[in-house]
Design a protein around this ligand. Sequence first.
Ligand code: HAM
Length: 418
Amino acid sequence: MGIPRGTYDILPNEVTTWHYLEKTAREICARYAYEEVRTPIFEETSLYERGVGETTDIVEKEMYTFLDRKKRSLTLRPEGTAGVVRSFVENKMYGESLPVKLYYFGPMFRYERPQAGRYRQFHQFGVEVFGSDDPALDAEVISLGLAFYRSLGISGVQVGINNVGTPEIRAKYFEKLIEYFAPFEAELDQDAKSRLYRNPMRILDSKVKRTQEIAEGAPSILDSLDKASMENFERVQSYLQELQVPFQVNDRLVRGLDYYTQTAFEFMIEELGAQAGVIGGGGRYNGLVQELGGPEVSGIGFGIGLERVILALKEQNVAIPSTKPMDCFLVTMGEQAQHASVRLLGELRGAGLKAERDYLDRKMKAQFKAANRYKARYVAVLGDEELASGKIQVKQMETGEQKSIAMDQLVSYLLEGK
Ligand code: HAM
């Protein structure tokens, strides 16, 4: 028996990093006036078929789908957007004052081939905004993502943006692409071939060399955009400039999900490589709310892969703020002292101090060692003598300074020393 392929345990010493990520994200979301939403980890399979798209890799081959005991088809969420849109519709959030600005964290599940920065259970921090077409919101969402990386202390994040038009524009663009790629059909890789007539845009982000070479000459979506989309794209860019967000227009940027309209973007760190370097992505999805049974309300958001963010933190040697240090370790000697320490420990913790004692009947030296492992600021020694006198020996570990303190003064002494 072992852990399933593509999953991993987050052990206590790594949880600190996760708390740091979540805390940073929450602080930034609060500044931008986003509120947290929590949706289920599984949804009806049809939500993703309709929401994410039948021709996407996710729906075609990556979903963890199962039948429950009543033979309902359910799927572990492969991404966050579809579930949040379902919740937005089901809870009639469109009736609230718009825009509705939401964020979420959580595990996502995709049956992919595991490799660096790619897991079968991974975690995203995501945001979704509903109810406004204003390109200033596109810029806001992109700058929020960038603010997250920057606050963590990650540098070198590149922002790539594109405009993938409306479904009508894309239908015409698909024809152009098919026309362009068809003469090369025999030279395309298997994946690209299978996409040629169903979703030819996906060929543009192929990782296969020959296919890439062929794709280089393919027509650009930007040449197919109508006036409104082009103007929209220009406004998004000018707002990004206002926010001093550096970006690159990349007309080959196609996202792997079908719901996008207009703005599409990705966050990238080159040093992590082509795969793990894509540390986040998102875009507009103006038809999705309607597709999932709601009114005509537009949306935009992103998903950031937190495992890849952690890779970047490690790669760039970013120091993670450490957890609260131990305030006091109680060293006990003798049965009576052990007994008395229970109450004292309770008092320390009750006063909000982080405190611990020995539970293994260890010798004094070993107890001091344990205190050092906890990086305890103070060690208080409690033995028969101290119990008799009502005074306790307290050692400040950094300076080595020792003091004898009345036992009932320990809490206030430690609180003052904080
Ligand atoms: P996505 O591009 O599929 O978009 O995923 C977003 C991010 O999740 C990726 O950029 C990557 O960092 C991370 N990611 C994806 N798959 C894996 C994996 N197998 N292992 C580790 N990390 C992974 C979405 O999911 C959209 N829902 C984003 C969005 C929100 N668009 C609009 N709103």
